[in-house]
Design a protein around this ligand. Structure first.
Ligand SMILES: NC(=O)c1ccc[n+]([C@@H]2O[C@H](COP(=O)([O-])OP(=O)(O)OC[C@H]3O[C@@H](n4cnc5c(N)ncnc54)[C@H](OP(=O)(O)O)[C@@H]3O)[C@@H](O)[C@H]2O)c1
Length: 261
């Protein structure tokens, strides 16, 4: 897709990956409608992006937030929706309050589905359009200590694939991107300590944003970022018992770092 003159609703724009994506997309010539919950950060980022960009304050776990974001996106004339907003959720499943699990599903799965549904008529009316869903390696390589997060991201992957197949006779591309760990504050100190203990790789926001922009330009359907994570995700698709065994050897370390209720 041509990014010059693309009109993009970017959710989670005030976060680590979102801010970097906003800057790279704007540098590529796109006009952005940025969404988040923090007015001060939205205003500052919009000012930094310069003229022609706009923002909308919206809590995407609330129906009025979806309505506000979708209404602003229609007025802005978006042809690209990037579902990037998300929250993390490290913890053993029996130690997580249901409100934490519900928040993970609402933010990471339900909100992108609702926003997509609200904007599909607008996107279908554009000569060229795309929906980009920011998933996670854990959506294809579900990880101990991240059961609810993995469930939400696996759901987002399934939603993206089914919708891509459903929209195959339209000009709306559905792109699902699965980064491995990224250096942002989504990861708590416990997650960072776990990643260090397991030697898990973590990418800069600059690197991941560059890959997202490239994938959008190419119109990739699916893209997993990082090796060996993409290999393990692939193996998990046909031989999950191999991954079960590999992760069993890490379980004691995961349990040691997991926060308790
Ligand atoms: N960091 C990683 O290791 C990693 C790895 C793989 C995939 N990802 C995915 O990458 C995406 C971006 O994550 P990040 O690392 O940039 O996280 P981040 O720095 O914590 O930013 C999260 C963004 O989501 C927004 N958000 C959270 N809850 C929201 C809600 N209820 N309504 C509206 N906006 C909400 C936040 O807005 P506020 O400013 O209002 O809080 C913020 O802009 C997420 O989908 C995440 O799952 C992250």
């Amino acid at each position: 897709m041509q990014l010059n003159n693309a009109r993009i609703l970017l959710t989670g724009a005030t976060g680590g990956l979102g801010q970097e994506l906003a800057q790279q997309l704007s540098a590529a010539g796109a006009k952005l409608l940025i969404a988040g919950r923090d007015t001060a950060r939205l205003t500052a980022l919009t000012a930094m992006l310069g003229s022609g960009h706009s923002n909308v304050r919206a809590d995407l776990t609330r129906p009025e937030g979806i309505a506000a974001a979708a209404g602003a996106a229609r007025d802005f004339g978006v042809n690209v929706l990037i579902n990037n907003a998300g929250i993390g959720g490290f913890g053993l499943f029996d130690q997580q309050d249901w409100s934490t699990v519900a928040d993970l599903l609402a933010t990471n799965l339900e909100a992108p589905m609702r926003l997509t549904q609200a904007l599909l008529p607008t996107l279908k009316a554009q000569p060229q359009a795309a929906i980009v869903n920011i998933g996670s390696t854990f959506g294809s390589l579900p990880f101990a200590g991240f059961a609810a997060y993995s469930a939400a991201k696996a759901g987002l992957r399934g939603f993206s694939q089914a919708l891509r197949r459903e929209l195959a006779d339209t000009q709306v591309a559905v792109i699902h991107l699965a980064p491995r760990a990224i250096d942002t504050t989504l990861n708590t100190e416990a997650v960072n300590a776990l990643n260090r203990a397991l030697n898990n790789n973590s990418d800069s926001t600059e690197t991941v944003a560059r890959q997202v922009v490239a994938a959008l330009r190419r119109g990739d359907g699916e893209h997993h970022f990082g090796f060996p994570e993409k290999l393990f995700a692939w193996i998990n698709g046909f031989a999950p018992s191999l991954i079960d065994r590999g992760l069993a050897s890490k379980l004691a370390v995961i349990k040691q770092h997991a926060p308790s209720r």
